[in-house]
Design a binder for this molecule. Structure first.
Ligand code: XMP
Length: 510
């Protein structure tokens, strides 16, 4: 495995992605990790990330210089290289002017980091204010750009390397090859990390952590909690109990599909708790979106806890926490802080019930979770399910919620999703769904005047839900969706398409 020491660069996750795409396992760690902790992880190589600090700034992040004496290959990127040069006796200075963007890099050798790259000159992506001026003993320059003489360095004997540019970004086209040379040739890693091998290790780790104790898990129907459940189920079988709460705000046939795919096919131990009356009664007359969320969150907690207490001797609560939730490079000085993002629904439960956490996905990115789901035999439909908010259809029936309005939305949403799936757009979209508006409009059906509901269709593309663009769906597809909904869903006589992006709009309407 490779350790990436986090000096606060915005590209840290990208370094991790690149290493894992090359099928080598890696972990991002804080610079405060001690030498003993590093040794205990038995890394085959260490990557020092970039970072926004100047090496001379007060409190600039540092890690134990002993890492350069472990005999483990080290690659310093940008600030990481400057740190290495600084602590080993070279000199780094303020570069006068910042170098940002494309630069033409000329490699001074064709082996080592640059093995197999036929061109000597290649574009690279720079983003730095400081630059190395003199090298520590034993180091040599292995590449330059016009503005940066010391753009790549090596100490071949100690297998220490530095790059002033960022090999991890797309704008450095040969970056992947350079990183792979470091991983495979220099560190001797093998491209063996697959989801099957991850699953085996994770199952062993869960058994070790949990032993013969019982675990509970809140299943939401999404890919993260489903894969978490599957993995733990594989490790401890029926000592895992999953709890799925039917809050009456689910999409059409959602619970039935889970029963078939998780309980029937994969034999998971799941308790389905029917609580829709509790939720819908409490939501009656409530139109404010935030009040809706609070009510739903509170009732969920109560129902989940009551069900969990029926299971005796539970010691662990499982959660589908993902890697981006625990990496947080916000502090330019601190490196990552392990912030455990509590599941929006069960936050507080671990303390209240004195449960320990099991989080087997906490080192995976979302697309890796999907691959893992596939490797574990999860239904294709569940693996690729678009995100669905915890408060469910409650925040898509705008204004007051009634059972009738939920039914109208549920039917329209089912038609919409069927057409989106048929068209091949489902996986390309971050989310696609229907929203029932709290106003009516006039229409004509047959010879009759109608005065019915308006339904909005929302479809967006996004990488992470922080920003989103409205999807340019083909007009014919939108036409079919509109036609089918107006014809097949009683109570809707008009369909509109939402063409706002986030920001300034949000993805959900409430
Ligand atoms: P917005 O509407 O803020 O949504 O652009 C961003 C993403 O979060 C989902 N979302 C929620 N998920 N509880 C959840 O679990 C919520 O209260 C909630 N509100 C929004 C939304 O579907 C989108 O993926």
């Amino acid at each position: 495995m490779i350790i990436i020491i986090d000096f606060g660069s915005q590209y840290n996750q990208l370094i991790a992605r690149r290493v894992r795409e090359s099928r080598v396992y890696c972990q991002i760690t804080a610079p405060t990790l001690t030498l003993d902790e590093i040794k205990a992880l038995r890394p085959e190589g260490i990557i020092l990330s970039g970072g926004p600090s100047s090496i001379y700034a007060e409190n600039s992040p540092r890690t134990d210089p002993g890492i350069f004496e472990l005999g483990i290959p080290v690659l310093g990127i940008c600030y990481g290289m400057q740190f290495m040069i600084d602590v080993l006796g070279g000199k780094v200075r303020g570069a006068g002017k910042r170098e940002y963007g494309f630069a033409e890099f000329t490699a001074g050798q064709s082996e080592g980091l640059f093995k197999g790259i036929s061109e000597r000159t290649m574009p690279c992506w720079m983003s730095h204010g400081d630059a190395a001026e003199t090298l520590p003993p034993g180091f040599e320059i292995i590449g330059s750009t016009r503005n940066t003489k010391i753009a790549a360095v090596a100490h071949p004997g100690k297998r220490l390397f530095g790059l002033q540019f960022h090999p991890e970004v797309e704008h450095t086209p040969k970056g992947k090859r350079i990183l792979e040379n470091f991983l495979f040739d220099i560190c001797g890693c093998k491209p063996e990390w697959t989801m099957t091998s991850f699953a085996e290790e994770a199952v062993a780790a869960i058994r070790e952590q949990v032993g013969d104790k019982k675990v509970i898990l809140g299943l939401s129907g999404g890919v993260d909690s489903s894969v978490t459940g599957l993995l733990i189920h594989r490790a401890i079988g029926s000592n895992l109990t999953c709890i799925f709460v039917d809050n009456g705000l689910l999409r059409k046939n959602e619970m039935e599909k889970l029963k078939v795919s998780l309980r029937q096919h994969l034999r998971m131990n799941i308790r389905f708790v029917e609580a829709s009356d509790l939720f819908l009664d409490a939501l009656s007359g409530v139109a404010d979106p935030e009040r809706k969320r609070k009510i739903i969150g509170r009732i969920f907690m109560d129902v989940f806890e009551a069900e969990a207490r029926k299971i005796t001797d539970v010691e662990f609560l499982a959660q589908g926490t993902l890697y981006p939730d625990i990496i947080e490079s916000v502090s330019p000085f601190g490196g990552p802080t392990a912030v455990i993002k509590s599941h929006h629904n069960v936050g507080g439960l671990p303390e209240k019930m004195q449960l320990k956490l099991v989080e087997p996905l906490k080192f995976l990115f979302k697309d890796e979770v999907r691959q893992l789901g596939e490797a574990l035999g999860l239904d294709e439909e569940l693996v690729w399910r678009q995100p669905f908010p915890g408060p469910g259809l409650a925040i898509r029936v705008l204004g007051e919620i009634t059972r009738e309005r939920l039914d109208v939305l549920r039917e329209a949403d089912a038609v919409l999703l069927e057409e989106i799936r048929k068209s091949g757009y489902y996986r390309k979209l971050w989310q696609s769904f229907a929203v029932l508006l709290p106003i009516k409009s006039v229409g004509v059906m047959g010879d009759q005047r109608t005065y019915e509901n308006i339904l909005a269709v929302r479809a967006v593309t996004s990488r992470d839900a922080m920003t989103a663009d409205w999807a340019r769906l083909p007009h014919d597809l939108l036409g079919t969706i509109s036609n089918r909904i107006i014809n097949e869903v009683k109570g809707v006589n008009r369909v509109v398409y939402d063409i706002s992006s986030k920001p300034p709009a949000t993805i959900e309407w409430e």
